[in-house]
Design a binder for this molecule. Sequence first.
Ligand code: NI
Length: 183
Amino acid sequence: MAIRQILYAGDPRLRQKAKPVKQFGPALKALADDMLETMHAANGLGLAAPQIGVLQRLFVAHLPKDEKDPQSGKDFVLVNPQIVQASPESVEGVEGCLSMPSWYGRVARPEWVVVKAMNVYGKPIRIKAHGMLARVFQHEMDHLNGVLFVDHIRRPEDLWQELPEEESKESAPEAATAVAQPA
Ligand code: NI
């Protein structure tokens, strides 16, 4: 396993559409393991392959363990993910991004999604994600299409910058720490 370098906004690779994964097996498993290690090292809740310069359709996610949430505390690896169902109602939530350190914004997204994907060995998986996990999945799937969370923001008051030393308890898709309430 190895920690990979995370690309920052401005890098053209973050704006490209990633290609479907065709080769499953040990090499893909090794890539996913690197992505998990990189995400954990950066205290992120998710990481998409384009964020480390790999233009393939996969992402990883992990919510910190919370006794009330059975989907927390485990590593997710989703290959060629597709949303097959989404809640009609949207909810607003605060997001950050490992590719845009210190920037946060309020984004409206469906409250839950059903995602169809494959694991690293090509086995089909289907996950219904609610709340923060649903938000992370949608944020990461945006990365596979070259979309960043800021693209969803229409009002300037919904985007703000926090300096790293300011911290709060709230968390967001890719930044588990240092998320503050908007002023
Ligand atoms: Ni992101």
